[in-house]
Write a protein that binds this ligand. Structure first.
Ligand code: FES
Length: 168
């Protein structure tokens, strides 16, 4: 007979350790995963958001294009809605940010009857030319930002917002 027999006391302590370890890991692992999960998420393969706007319907008149996307803030996901002012300049698609470069109000195309063919900010009467260039003598100190655009299956896709690259 072997001398390596497990005593009843050893068997009991191994069993308690095994069950205790299993229970501890089932408590701790979800917490660890919860803590590190956002850092492990794989980013999407594209930073572009495809809108509902058909490119074929765009004209030289700026129109407001609304779009929404999911924003991940650590463990909290929320739906964000945003706008762009979009028009065609020849074959080029221009998409301008509606955020005023003065104090961040929302600009409107022809928002004032006194200033046709301009973007107008109602907060402090800020004005911009159609290409987003700020009109000297009004509060904004720089041109409207601009979206990088792509066409995906005939629809407008909006990418990163960059400093205006048509007026500079
Ligand atoms: S916020 Fe637009 S002019 Fe002041």
């Amino acid at each position: 007979m072997s001398n390596n027999r497990v005593s009843r006391r050893q068997f009991l302590s191994y069993t308690i350790m095994g069950v205790g370890g299993f229970m501890a890991s089932s408590l701790v692992l979800p917490m660890v995963r919860f803590a590190v999960d956002p850092a492990l998420q794989v980013e999407g393969d594209s930073d572009f958001i495809v809108t509902d706007q058909l490119v074929s319907e765009l004209t030289e008149e700026p129109i407001r294009v609304s779009f929404s996307y999911e924003q991940q803030d650590a463990w909290y996901t929320s739906e964000v809605t945003n706008d762009a002012w979009v028009y065609k300049a020849g074959d080029e698609i221009i998409a301008l940010s509606p955020v005023c470069k003065h104090l961040g109000c929302t600009v409107q195309w022809e928002g004032s009857a006194d200033f046709p063919n301009q973007f107008f900010c109602p907060c402090h009467n800020g004005r911009y030319e159609k290409n987003g260039n700020n009109i000297p003598g009004t509060p904004p100190l720089g041109p409207l930002d601009q979206f990088v655009v792509e066409v995906r299956d005939g629809y407008l896709a909006l990418g990163e917002v960059k400093p205006n690259f048509i007026v500079s």
